[in-house]
Design a protein around this ligand. Structure first.
Ligand SMILES: *Cc1c(COP(=O)(O)O)cnc(C)c1O
Length: 430
């Protein structure tokens, strides 16, 4: 950057008008070099008056909190599970053992708590679920065959394709069975043909379902084959009995595989995301047999995929909430289990302040989790498509448009944001 932000004369023959124009829009509140970019683009487009709009567009595009009124509880475009992060401006004991004063291990805090929650011997945290699968396959099976059912060679959103992840890991994919039916005898035949098999990988189909004439092999049967079974659960449900929910497991969770039960069934490792049903920050968790977790942790790729202290702190908070059985403080579970009466009360309060009407709607889990789930919900609606105007609010509101009306589903809106939502709706047409 040149020094003009500090009042030095512009260098390199820049027309002085660029700098003057940039200074004239200083109130947009961006650092000077970004205002200069906007001014320069405006002048190049022979539209100097557009500099302010250009600068404001840049400021608006910065990462910021938004109100998720889409009803998609884990919206990948909106950062999936909402979490509270406190930036304290303080050092942490990220890799310091406070008892001995010696070098510690960033994998003990959050990972240790998650291992306990999942009933695993040990756990390791990496950047995301894809990284967890990649690391497990690389560390445990590079150069060796990995058996995967053809019904599980899935693509999860965002370019996570099981065959490509395996190719990247250096393991050799051995496809087993057919798209709709895979039997234990198929695995046995594949294993007999591939004696050096490193892993059996079981992938949760996550965002799709095969209905009808189907058959698949459970973890328990797979674990008897010999090679370690790695279950990529994706969603990160910790325990099917949901001890963190006072009312017990909601009926819509039925059939969703969980980390604890997968390990009990005989999986050597499970992998899952931190920001799906776990409700924490973006992270990937590898949990299970201590020797296999250690092999993953020792692999050079683990260093490249390691998360930072911010993520580990947020994940630790999430794990502590689970251990306190405090599902209300895990935002995903709070959204998913809020009763319709409470949502209706909030919707009525918003409708009372605006021209919006209360309306029934349906929320979904999102992030490829629990496909087909439709949670009855309550929102507010206004005739017409106001999605773009709501996105322009000072705290952007992300709404859905249905049959020509704008719908704001309150299940995915933090109750503290009801006023923000009411203000944004009230400002429409003003
Ligand atoms: C979501 C998912 C992944 C990828 O996890 P990210 O955290 O998005 O990287 C991998 N496997 C399965 C089965 C998933 O559902």
């Amino acid at each position: 950057m040149t020094g003009e932000a500090h009042g030095e004369p512009a260098k390199g023959g820049r027309p002085p008008s660029v700098d003057a124009l940039a200074r004239s829009i200083a109130d947009v509140g961006l650092p000077h070099p970004l205002l200069v970019d906007a001014a320069r683009e405006a002048i190049a487009a022979s539209a100097p008056a557009s500099a302010r709009d250009r600068a404001e567009a840049v400021r608006r595009a910065l990462l910021k909190p938004v109100v998720n009124a889409t009803g998609v509880l884990l919206h990948t475009n909106l950062g999936r599970a909402p979490i509270a992060v406190s930036l304290q401006g303080r050092a942490t004991n990220l890799e310091l053992d406070l008892a001995t004063g010696r070098r510690g291990n960033r994998h003990v805090h959050a990972a240790g708590l998650l291992a306990r929650l999942a009933g695993a011997e040990d756990a390791l945290v990496v950047n995301n679920g894809a990284a967890a699968v990649l690391l497990a396959c690389t560390a445990l099976a590079a150069g060796r065959p990995v058996l995967v059912s053809r019904g599980e060679l899935v693509e999860i959103g965002g370019g996570f394709r099981v065959p490509e992840v395996l190719a990247t890991s250096g393991a050799r994919l051995v496809e087993v069975g057919t798209t709709n039916r895979t039997r234990l005898s198929d695995y046995e035949a594949a294993l007999a043909a591939e004696p050096g098999t490193g892993l059996v990988l079981k992938v949760h189909q996550s965002n799709y379902r095969i209905l009808g004439f189907t058959e698949s092999v459970g973890i328990e049967a797979l674990s008897g084959l010999g090679p370690p079974v790695v279950a990529d659960l994706g969603s990160g449900l910790l325990d099917v009995s949901t001890p963190w929910l006072p009312e017990g497991p909601p009926p819509w969770l039925a059939g969703e595989p969980a980390a604890r039960q997968s390990l009990i069934a005989g999986a050597s490792l499970v992998t899952f995301s931190g920001d799906k049903l776990l409700g924490g920050p973006q992270a990937g968790i590898i949990a299970g047999r201590a020797d296999l977790v250690a092999s993953c942790a020792r692999h050079p790729l683990a260093r490249a995929l390691r998360p930072g202290g911010l993520v580990l702190q947020a994940l630790q908070e999430t794990a502590l909430a689970y251990l306190r059985r405090d599902g209300r403080s895990i935002w995903f579970w709070r959204m998913a289990t809020t009763g319709e009466a409470e949502l209706r009360e909030r919707a009525e309060a918003i409708a009372g302040k605006t021209a919006a009407r209360v309306v029934g709607c349906t929320s979904v889990a999102g992030a490829g989790s629990l496909p087909g789930l439709e949670l009855p919900s309550i929102g507010v609606t206004l005739a017409g498509d106001h999605a773009a105007a709501l996105r322009r609010a000072s705290i952007p509101v992300i709404a859905r448009v249905r049959d020509g009306s704008t719908v704001c589903d309150l299940r995915s809106v933090h109750p503290d944001d009801d006023l923000v939502l009411a203000e944004a709706l009230g400002a429409l047409g003003r």
